[in-house]
Each structure stands twice: as structure tokens, then as C-alpha cells.
Design a protein around this ligand. Structure first.
Ligand SMILES: [Zn+2]
Length: 422
């Protein structure tokens, strides 16, 4: 056992606040980021939620510090899922919108936040919820009242009237009452709704650029916003320091969204050569959510979905097996996201197997869920790697994820912002 370095002691014991809470983690193998080779026995020292030192070998545990011994395990940065819906569970009961209060979403969300963290995901991007449910969860996990990941939240998605993410399938007067208030028509109104989302607490702007599979709207999967509306949304969001994530399936919708300056395309099902070119030219990142397609295909033919939805699910099944590979080979940057909520929360890491199946290496898939995703969030100096100064978002698995990222399907130990999740 070596002595802790002078620098680490200085930071852990002197430089920290009076009530410094220090944990020393001993682990047999350490992967600090997706670009580095695994290291052997190592110590990671965490003080007040931050990594303050990373040392070779097992350093001594200072008096008053907690010790965590992860024998036989590999410690890696916590994973990042850029597309989750914590406040909902899978199912086709669209009428629940009319009978369940928004507050119930917080209860469901608290359950799912814990499952998501236990699955190794220490940061998530919440891709659409009722007005305050995801924001309440965001605060709950930040303050340690709810076990769960760091949450970067969109709040209600911005949609066209009657589009995916607006309310559909009820009598007109019911649709109106249930509308979130975030539909818009024309560049001016769309800019206003972006500003409204910002005012009400959004960290990121979510739009539904094209039709969607699981809504009751039967208007196809192509572009629903005009190019002018999408450009207005992107420009307005960027002027407020916010990025835009666009749900998009149809090729022309993907292309228009990329050209408008939207930051990420989520799903991307019908991506083609022109859409790939537009994404590459504009630095647009693809978040493929392959688990969403897996989840909906598992529920086909059971009377779970309405006929209009069932038909859309069947239509996308073949594309779901190949589109990410096409984008990857075409040079599009890919970041990890699953659409959990469409399938059971906690299965997020099964996305790795699907990404590898379409041609990514384990190392690339691991990067997509750490450093690449952190960059998408604008948090590359905060999360996605294990280094002094970074948030103490750490997970332990068995095996070497750089050679086989499916090892993340079984996560043994999780720390989010210095707090162990159990
Ligand atoms: Zn989604």
C-alpha cells in the first residue's frame, strides 16, 4: 500500500471545505476514458462530489475518509443516455393522458431515475415530459432527495398543431384541453415557444421535426415543420445558449433539420445519402435510439398499440436494423441515446449490442456514451472521463468495455456526483 500523494492530500484535506466528504476507491482495473488503454490497480479519490486525484496502486485511506474496494472490477466513467423519458413507462394507453395527473409522472420518474442510475447511466437527457415533471426530478437528483442520474431536461417538446408530441386521438375539445401549449405555426410563433421553454426552465429544446411512430397522428413520418420554422427554432435556441434536439424519421425532415442548424437528430430512421451529407456538412450528431425500435417490435401484435400505431411500427422495422450503420459509414458523428420509456427503464445498456451489430466497435460505442455525449451536452470538462476536477460519476463492471461494450449490461456499483446509488 503506497502513501497517498502530497498533492491529493492537499486537495482532499486542505483545499476542500471544512466538512469535506472524502471517499477513496480502490479498483483492480481503471479505464479513464474511451481513448486510453486500461490501467491496473488504481485509486480514485473523491471529495465533495468531485474527483480530486487518480493514482496508480492502492493509496492509503486518510483518517475520516470512506473506503470503497472494488476487487476484480473495472472502474469507468458513468454512462450518458441522450434520449430518455423518465416520467413514463412503456405501453400504448394514450388515453392515460386524459385521466392521469402530471404529478404521477414524478412518482414514476423517481422509480425510473433510480433504475437508470443502477444501470450505469449517471447523466441523462430528458427528451420530453409534462411542464414540470422532469424539472422536479432534475432538482430531486441534484439535491440527493431522489436516487438517480444528473438530468438535463427539455420539458414539453415543441410540435406542430396535431403533430407528434401534440395531443391526438381525442375529440377536438379534449385535444385542446390536453395540449401542452408548445405547438407553433410560423417562424415567429416558433421563436416565441422556444423563448417560453427557456423561461420555464428547459436545459435543451426538443422538437418533433417529423411525424412519429407512437402518437395517434396518422400523417406519416416526413418533415412536419417547415424549413423556416426549424431555422427559427435553432437560431432562437442558440441565441439563448441552448441546443436543439430533433425527433426525426423521414429523410427530407432529417436533411431540413440539419440544414436549419439543429444540433442532434434523434432516431434518424430513413436517413439517406443527401441527409447524411447535410448532417456531416453541419456537424449534426445522430442519436440513434435503436432500443426504441427493439422495444416497440417486442410489443407488436398484442393489442397494445392502436391500429394506426401498429402500422407505423411495422413500417420502420426493416430500416431500424441498418440505418445507424449507414450513417456511421457515411461519417456522421453518433452519440448514445435509447428512448427509454418506450421500453423498460434500466435496459439502456442493451443499446451497445445493437450499435455494435450495425458496425461500431466497442471502443466507439463506449465513446459515444461518454466523451461524445458529454460534448453534445456542452459538458466535456465536467463528465465523460475520470480525471481530477471532473464530477465523481463512476461505475464498476467486470471485463474490459474497450473490447466488449456489452459488459455494461451488468453494472455492479454506481456513484453519481459522489453519492453511491443503491
Ligand atoms: Zn423519445
Amino acid at each position: 500500500m503506497r502513501q497517498i500523494s502530497a498533492a491529493a492530500i492537499a486537495v482532499a484535506l486542505v483545499g476542500a471545505p471544512a466538512l469535506a466528504d472524502t471517499t477513496v476507491i480502490h479498483v483492480d482495473r481503471l479505464v479513464v476514458d474511451a481513448a486510453s488503454a486500461p490501467r491496473g490497480q488504481s485509486s480514485v479519490i473523491v471529495t465533495d462530489g468531485r474527483i480530486v486525484a487518480v493514482e496508480d496502486g492502492f493509496v492509503a485511506v486518510p483518517e475520516g475518509a470512506k473506503a470503497v474496494h472494488l476487487a476484480g472490477k473495472t472502474l469507468t466513467p458513468g454512462l450518458i443516455d441522450l434520449h430518455v423519458h423518465l416520467t413514463g413507462d412503456p405501453g400504448g394507453d394514450f388515453w392515460k393522458d386524459a385521466v392521469e395527473p402530471d404529478e404521477w409522472g414524478v412518482v414514476i420518474g423517481a422509480k425510473n431515475a433510480r433504475l437508470t442510475a443502477l444501470a450505469g447511466f449517471t447523466t441523462v437527457r430528458e427528451a420530453g415530459s409534462a411542464q414540470h415533471t422532469a424539472f422536479s426530478l432534475r432538482r430531486g437528483t441534484a439535491e440527493g432527495l431522489v436516487a438517480g442520474p444528473r438530468i438535463v431536461a427539455a420539458g414539453p417538446a415543441i410540435a406542430i398543431v396535431g403533430g407528434h408530441a401534440d395531443t391526438n386521438g381525442f375529440r377536438p375539445e379534449i385535444n385542446e384541453v390536453l395540449s401542452s401549449g408548445y405547438t407553433c405555426t410560423g417562424a415567429v410563433e416558433c421563436a416565441e415557444k422556444v423563448r417560453r421553454a427557456s423561461q420555464n426552465g428547459a436545459d435543451v429544446i426538443k422538437i418533433t421535426a417529423t411525424g412519429g411512430v407512437l402518437s395517434q397522428q396518422g400523417r406519416g413520418l416526413e418533415a412536419h415543420f417547415t424549413s423556416e420554422e426549424m431555422k427559427s427554432i435553432a437560431d432562437t435556441a442558440h441565441s439563448l445558449g441552448l441546443k436543439v434536439m430533433a425527433h426525426a424519421h423521414g429523410a427530407r425532415g432529417i436533411e431540413a433539420a440539419a440544414r436549419a442548424g439543429i444540433d442532434t437528430i434523434d432516431h434518424g430512421t430513413y436517413i439517406d445519402a443527401a441527409a447524411i451529407r447535410a448532417m456531416r456538412d453541419n456537424g449534426t450528431v445522430l442519436v440513434p435510439t435503436l432500443m426504441a425500435f427493439q422495444g416497440i417490435s417486442e410489443r407488436l401484435g398484442q393489442g397494445i398499440y392502436t391500429p394506426v400505431v401498429e402500422e407505423k411500427v411495422r413500417a420502420v422495422a426493416d430500416r431500424a436494423r441498418v440505418f445507424m450503420g449507414e450513417a456511421h459509414r457515411g461519417g456522421v458523428k453518433i452519440a448514445f441515446g435509447t428512448d427509454s420509456g418506450v421500453f423498460e427503464h434500466g435496459r439502456n445498456a442493451q443499446e451497445f449490442r445493437l450499435m455494435i451489430g450495425q458496425g461500431m466497435t466497442s471502443r466507439q460505442a463506449f465513446a459515444s456514451a461518454t466523451t461524445v455525449a458529454a460534448e453534445v451536452l456542452g459538458m466535456a470538462s465536467e463528465i465523460g472521463r475520470i480525471a481530477p476536477g471532473y464530477s465523481a460519476d463512476l461505475i464498476a463492471v467486470e471485463g474490459n468495455p474497450l473490447e466488449d461494450a456489452t459488459v455494461f449490461e451488468k453494472v455492479d456499483w454506481v456513484m453519481v456526483r459522489g453519492r453511491v446509488i443503491d
